[in-house]
Design a protein around this ligand. Structure first.
Ligand SMILES: [Ca+2]
Length: 356
């Protein structure tokens, strides 16, 4: 499947339209959240601030799907969804392709939280959740044309799979046509500027190549370069709030200020700071709900996967680029504070699903 010249032009025009839409201010975003919530925990913060903005009427969460199998990604989505009073949000998980998360080292990150909030878990193993393809197709088919924002903060496996779906009882459209009709925007936390390897796009590089090359709507990338020194989450981690699974995740994983300060090898500082954890995934959610304009400048061009080992490169193209990447406008410290404020908001529906 290759995008032809006409399709590329359409995508470019659509990219311009998306920028104009941001400038005008769109209505509440309808968001599908696509996550690899198993190795890292900015995903948990990202889903939390998505719920906080849903509480404020800024967005509607249509589905939360995982792109990692044999792990607790779906369980963590279910816990966070229930904590914010939205246990009925559809969940799904990839099949066949991509990454299995069955890695003991990674299980520890979420094990304690999944045990503590186990009452809210319907699918302890992500692989037991419905196929993400079916979830995506049902959600997209039911929504108005051009209305859905996909926010991907993990591998691009599900999006490649979605593009490759065939017409079925849910929709007469194949995956790419369904996306072209229903999706307004894809916001991707992926790729490394100006070139290199970034975790989300390198772990299933073939899916990344297919999804990025063939996606028929505007795409905004918040890449490794933006989020690596935009920190958030320490305020929540140090809040001492009880019964908040996201606070539990952050307090259990962010190194102390002293640990960061004493980190002479600067290993921790590659992704931790006084403000907390690098907020790669949270920035994607901010863009998906509020657009780029309040916080980010943008550059137009094209991200491409090169070779087969997961490397990517950015080619600037101010006139015809089908992709947008964000750069700093508001200081990253201030963006971190915006994220922290959302992370610390008490849920509007807290207690809807009692644990005891
Ligand atoms: Ca992630």
């Amino acid at each position: 499947m290759r995008m032809d010249k006409k399709a590329r032009k359409t995508a470019c025009l659509a990219a311009s339209a998306a920028l104009a839409l941001f400038a005008l201010g769109a209505g509440p975003a309808k968001v599908v959240f696509d996550t690899d919530m198993y190795t890292d925990f900015d995903d948990a913060g990202a889903l939390a601030i998505l719920h906080a903005m849903a509480d404020a009427g800024e967005c509607e969460i249509l589905a939360t799907v995982a792109n990692t199998r044999d792990c607790m990604s779906v369980a963590m989505c279910e816990i966070i969804n229930a904590y914010y009073g939205r246990a009925d949000i559809p969940v799904g998980c990839s099949r066949e392709l991509g990454k299995s998360g069955a890695c003991p080292g990674h299980l520890k990150r979420y094990q304690a939280v999944v045990d503590r909030y186990g009452k809210w878990v319907k699918h302890r193993n992500s692989s037991d959740a419905p196929d993400a393809n079916e979830v995506y197709r049902r959600v997209l088919a039911a929504q108005p044309d051009g209305s859905v924002t996909i926010c991907s903060v993990g591998f691009l496996t599900n999006l490649r799979r979605l593009l490759e779906t065939k017409p079925d009882a849910i929709s007469p459209l194949d995956g790419r046509a369904l996306v072209a009709r229903k999706v307004r925007l894809w916001v991707a936390m992926a790729c490394k500027y100006p070139n290199g390897k970034e975790y989300n796009s390198m772990m299933d590089p073939e899916s990344s190549r297919i999804a990025i090359d063939n996606w028929p709507t505007p795409v905004v990338f918040t890449d490794f370069e933006y989020g690596r020194d935009c920190f958030a989450g320490r305020v929540l981690a140090e809040s001492g709030v009880a019964g908040n699974p996201v606070a539990d995740v952050f307090s259990g994983n962010i190194p102390s200020r002293d640990e960061v300060r004493r980190d002479s090898a600067k290993l921790l500082r590659s992704c931790y700071g006084m403000g907390g954890r690098a907020a790669w995934d949270e920035t994607a959610v901010l863009i998906a709900v509020r657009g780029t304009k309040p916080y980010f400048n943008v550059e137009r061009g094209r991200y491409s996967m090169v070779g087969t080992d997961g490397a990517d490169e950015w080619a600037p193209d101010a006139e015809n680029g089908p992709h947008i990447r964000v750069t700093e406008k508001m200081s990253k410290a201030e963006v971190g504070r915006v994220i922290d404020e959302l992370l610390c908001r008490p849920p509007a529906n807290v207690g809807r699903y009692p644990l005891n």
